[in-house]
Design a protein around this ligand. Structure first.
Ligand SMILES: Cc1ncc(C[n+]2csc(CCOP(=O)(O)OP(=O)(O)O)c2C)c(N)n1
Length: 547
């Protein structure tokens, strides 16, 4: 039984769970933990940032694109609160992020003495954006708390998890028994229900699959494609679920075509999804039978009881369905009909300019396995539906949290997790300045992200709404900006300025082959709304709903 400080016990426990990368920002309550990280610096790499929000965004980007657990470590109080928007984003996107939070000394917690970084009931603060929060009240408790945190991260629905450790417990020495990770099994679901679902799908005339982010996080893409091909069923991917099936496949559909295909479906198989679009925004066709597969039992009945509800892992459940359907009679191909649906959607998208041209310019420069991280700029709104996605986990956004400013730091974490891949962050001048200081992190840690900043000197999306819907009452929406190219240079980063889509294509191609961090500023004017595609009319986000 080794004699360890709490800090050492924490770091050893994290390493036993496979943590090799940690995003953090130190401070006095965490000194003993960071000293333990120093001792293990050859086996566990720490990426430090210039603001805590970036630690959690980086952990989220890392987690969502690698399938591993993303870990961050921040001081209590303001550190946790600074990280909270990113943790809420990870929660919205069902992302397995561990936040290790410092805590003030044990004897002072919740006493109101005004200790440095004290906030009342920090665990309650964290509870609103995590699925579980644990505290280690002794160094010997640390391995058990860490093991439970990882069990939570690896079972059920992936969501952020928190651990807090009081400063004195990180310093105290004790005989600590380190633990092996808990064994976890992911059930494919009830075999009887899976058989019933296979029977219903086999006899369906026009089945449709609605696929969400759960398919990506479960790594279920191959099984999804096999089931879809056996059934000749279109796969309508939610905004968080894009990339589960390559957009090159005729069965792959976005919500834009999906909303027109849904009314003709007699059986809908919904996998790993909140099912918001079909159930609420578009409405299910009368008489359609719904089969739901989800690891989270609450999702299965959120919009009423389905014909068949299967609590299970998307990968195991889809693989079971594939095996049950295998050998079923060949169905007539729907290729012509479904390609026509895609073309009709593409024509509607193509009319939205200049967003369509910019999105196409980016797609043409980014390799199939390159990863686009979309912040909240207007080209990003467009890209959520209009940017073709060819591989799982290659389009990352903030999900229903719509967190302006998430894109840049998330992309840095994506790059850490995917060193061989091209990573592009897509932002506006508004969103970029939320995290502009992480240009220093990008430079210092050699993260070869290409940051594209669309500069319209405004919170453009808001400004257009104010002009169009509020009689030109523009308020709090114009922005005074730095010279972005000079700003990049001041951080030691190459900056390029372009003014139109072809030039962006050229600059992006050049930047991606340079293998260095690059900022590309794209000067733009006002853009027309793509909101009818993704907003209430297009029914992608639960915006101000119900009206
Ligand atoms: C945290 C947060 N605050 C505010 C908003 C509201 N919001 C949505 S888009 C937007 C403007 C974005 O401006 P910019 O990043 O410059 O992109 P543009 O619209 O100009 O393309 C704002 C303020 C939000 N989504 N998230």
């Amino acid at each position: 039984m080794p004699r360890l400080t709490g800090g050492q016990a924490l770091v050893q426990a994290l390493m036993r769970e496979g943590v090799e990368t940690l995003f953090g920002l130190p401070g006095v309550q965490l000194d003993w933990a960071y000293d333990a990280l120093y001792e293990e610096r050859d086996r566990l790499t720490v990426y430090h940032t210039r603001h805590e929000q970036a630690t959690a965004y980086m952990a989220d980007g890392y987690a969502r694109t690698t399938g591993k657990i993303g870990a961050c470590m921040v001081v209590p109080g303001p550190g946790v609160l600074n990280a909270s928007a990113a943790l809420a984003t990870a929660y919205a996107c069902s992302s397995p992020v561990l936040c290790v939070a410092g805590q003030i000394p044990s004897a002072t917690i919740d006493k109101g003495y005004g200790m440095l970084h004290e906030v009342h009931d920090q665990r309650a603060v964290m509870a609103s954006f995590t699925k579980w929060v644990g505290r280690a009240d002794t160094p010997t408790a640390l391995p058990g708390v860490v093991r439970e945190a990882f069990r939570q991260l690896r079972t059920g629905r992936p969501r952020p998890v928190g651990i807090e450790v009081p400063a004195d417990m990180l310093q105290m020495t004790a005989d600590v028994t380190l633990l092996d990770p808990a064994t976890v099994e992911r059930s494919a679901g009830d075999p009887d229900l899976l058989r019933q679902a296979a029977t219903l799908l086999r006899t369906a005339a026009r089945p449709l699959i609605y696929s969400g982010g759960g398919v990506l996080s479960a790594g279920a893409s191959d099984a999804l494609r096999a089931v879809a091909e056996l059934l000749e069923a279109p796969v309508v991917m939610s905004l968080d679920g894009r990339g589960a099936l390559s957009d090159r496949h005729y069965l792959a559909q976005t919500g834009l075509s999906g909303m027109h295909l849904l009314p003709h479906a007699d059986v809908v198989l919904a996998v790993g999804t909140r099912f918001f679009q079909p159930a609420i925004a578009w409405g299910l066709p009368p008489g359609a039978q719904v089969v739901r597969i989800d690891i989270d039992p609450d999702e299965i009945t959120r919009h009423g009881a389905p014909a068949i509800g299967i609590v299970g892992d998307a990968k195991g459940a889809l693989a079971a369905l594939r095996d049950l359907l295998d050998g079923m009679p060949h169905r007539p191909s729907r290729e012509a009909e479904l390609l026509a649906a895609k073309q009709e959607a593409a024509a509607r998208l193509g009319a939205i300019q200049p967003q369509a041209a910019y999105s196409a310019a980016i797609r043409a420069a980014v390799p199939d396995d390159g990863i686009l991280v979309a912040d909240l700029t207007q080209v990003s709104f467009f890209a959520t539906l209009g940017y073709p996605v060819y591989a799982p986990r290659t389009l990352i956004g903030p999900g229903y949290q719509g967190t302006l400013g998430s894109g840049f730091a998330t992309a840095l974490g994506v790059q850490v997790g995917n060193p061989g891949k091209k990573v592009v962050a897509l932002m506006g001048d508004g969103g970029f300045l939320y995290n502009v200081q992480e240009l220093a992190t990008m430079r210092q840690q050699h993260l070869d992200v290409v940051a594209i900043v669309f500069n319209d000197n405004a919170y453009g999306n808001v400004k257009r709404t104010q002009r169009e819907d509020f009689a030109g009452h523009v308020i709090a929406a114009d922005l005074a900006n730095p010279d972005f190219v000079a700003l990049a240079a001041s951080f030691g980063i190459r900056g390029i300025r372009v003014h139109e889509p072809d030039a962006l294509h050229g600059a992006l191609g050049e930047a991606l082959s340079a293998n260095e961090p690059v900022l590309i500023e794209v000067t733009v004017g006002e853009m027309p709304s793509a909101w009818h595609l993704v907003g209430p009319g297009g029914g992608a986000y639960p915006v101000l709903w119900p009206s």
